[in-house]
Structures are given as structure tokens and as C-alpha cells.
Design a protein around this ligand. Structure first.
Ligand code: HPA
Length: 279
């Protein structure tokens, strides 16, 4: 049952043929959020299809490459393209790249996603700093045998998105005159968007934004002992009493419009995060 470790070894030895460095920050890019890659001085780009045990995104708006390079003088690795449960992948498949990040030396992960706004004070295009999450996926990547070398059987989740990292993000946003909101992200399976009744329910259980990703990766990052900083771009408002139709094109176009702001924020944040985590 040490299969995951064997899989990791195989993936790492392939990656090591191309890249010898030690990435400091792992970045997972959500729907419509690829711009940050333009700010990375790319050293190596490996298609997921060449890495053992990586699955391949099946949705056309996500590509699939692992990118290694320098972002504002910080060694980073970025996942261009992520996986969702609605594609039919298992939780372990979705989160395998996060295990790879840890195995390569990453200690802090930045996750991003596009999400529906539930908090009526939010607006389309807002960047929400994730303060906490709710897992409504009905599944968990840690179910099954626990490899104690990889993490604890019962990882504590009291501080998934540490305040100290959120404060750094907030301070950086302030320097850039960037509006930033805060809130709880709830993950659902999708792929359909929510009914008005579901948006109302999700708001009533304490969520500020809803999406179909992120939580599995965060659970595994925490299990692996990494720190996490998370951002949602609010791409549509799930206000049950004023719900209007929304398409994937709407979501992508709002995410794209926010992408520059996200990229600038992450660019400025990277050296501060590195300093906070490693010194
Ligand atoms: N619901 C779920 N996932 C989403 C949404 C939404 O309204 N918008 C973007 N991702």
C-alpha cells in the first residue's frame, strides 16, 4: 500500500531529468487565471502527459503543463491547468501534483480559482482572500490507507489559510490600491452551477463563495505540512433573489479581466512569502 510513494518517486525522477532546482512556492492556477505565467522567467515546461501518474485536464479552458522558473527572483513551480472531480478523476488523482510539489521541496502553495459570489457585498471581478473553507464534495483525498511518512492520519484544519500569510497578501494589495474581500469558500462537485435554492443554502451555512475545486488540493497541502494562501475571483453572483443566467464564457471573461490584477498581486507577494516561510 505504499503505492503513492512509488508513484511519487516515478514522477519526481522524470521531473528531475528536466529540472534540478528547488522550487519555493507552488502555484495552482484556476479557471481564466493564467497571466502570472507571463511574469515567470520560465526555465522548464513539462506537459502533464509526460509525467508519470499525472492525469490530463479534460476541459478545454484548462491546459496541462507544469512550469518551473523564477517569479520576481523566487523559484516557483506552477500548475497551468488543474483537475476537478466533475471530470471523473479520483481525489487522489486530482491532488497528486500537490504531493509532487512537497516532494520537490515546496513549503507554501498559492491556490486560485473562479467562484460564484454568495456574499451580497461582493461584486463581479472581486479578488477574495480565502479565510477558510467548507468541503461539500462528499469525498476526501485522505480516505484510505494513510502513509505516515506523507502526513498525519487526522490532520488538524484549524488554521488552513494562516492569518500571517493573509496579512501579507492584504498588505500587498493595499500597496497596489487593489480592492480585496475576504471569505469562506465552499467546494461543491458541479459541474452544473447552483439553483437559487442551493445558493441560498450555501450562504446560510456560512460560505461567501462557491466553486468546484481547491479544497482537495488544500487538504493534501495541509496533510503534507505545507502552508496555503488562497484566492477566489468572483466571476458571477449567486444571489438567490436576483439570479440571472451565467455561462462558462461569462465566467472566463470575468476571470480574464481580473487576471492582470491577480498576476500583479502574486508577483509582488512572492518574495514576501518566501521570506516569511523560509527565513
Ligand atoms: N458556482 C460554482 N462554481 C463556480 C461558480 C458558481 O456560481 N462560478 C464559478 N465557479
Amino acid at each position: 500500500m505504499l503505492e503513492i510513494r512509488n508513484q511519487l518517486n516515478q514522477a519526481i525522477s522524470t521531473i528531475r531529468e528536466f529540472y534540478k532546482g528547488t522550487p519555493r512556492i507552488g502555484i495552482i492556477l484556476g479557471t481564466g487565471l493564467g497571466r502570472i505565467v507571463d511574469s515567470i522567467e520560465i526555465q522548464v515546461e513539462i506537459p502533464y502527459s509526460e509525467i508519470p501518474h499525472f492525469v490530463i485536464p479534460t476541459v478545454e479552458f484548462h491546459t496541462g503543463e507544469l512550469i518551473f522558473g523564477n517569479l520576481n527572483n523566487v523559484h516557483v513551480m506552477a500548475m497551468k491547468g488543474r483537475f476537478h472531480t466533475y471530470e471523473g478523476w479520483s481525489m487522489q488523482e486530482i491532488t497528486f501534483p500537490v504531493r509532487v510539489m512537497k516532494a520537490l521541496g515546496v513549503e507554501v502553495v498559492i491556490v486560485s480559482n473562479a467562484a460564484g459570489g454568495l456574499n451580497p457585498q461582493f461584486r463581479n471581478g472581486d479578488i477574495m482572500l480565502i479565510t477558510d473553507h467548507i468541503n461539500l464534495l462528499g469525498d476526501n483525498p485522505l480516505i484510505g490507507f494513510n502513509d505516515d511518512e506523507l502526513g498525519l492520519r487526522f490532520p488538524d484544519m484549524c488554521d488552513c489559510y494562516p492569518k500571517i500569510l493573509r496579512d501579507l497578501a492584504e498588505e500587498t494589495a493595499l500597496e497596489q490600491n487593489l480592492r480585496i474581500v475576504h471569505g469562506v469558500y465552499v467546494a461543491v462537485q458541479g459541474p452544473n452551477l447552483e439553483t437559487a435554492a442551493e445558493y441560498r443554502y450555501l450562504r446560510s451555512i456560512g460560505a461567501d463563495a462557491v466553486g468546484m475545486s481547491t479544497v482537495p488540493e488544500v487538504v493534501v497541502a495541509i496533510h503534507s505540512g505545507m502552508k496555503v494562501l488562497g484566492f477566489s475571483i468572483i466571476t458571477d453572483m449567486g444571489l438567490p433573489d436576483a439570479l440571472t443566467p451565467c455561462t462558462l464564457e461569462d465566467i472566463i471573461s470575468i476571470a480574464n479581466a481580473a487576471d492582470n490584477r491577480m498576476a500583479k498581486l502574486i508577483f509582488a507577494l512572492a518574495p514576501k512569502l518566501e521570506k516569511e516561510i523560509y527565513s
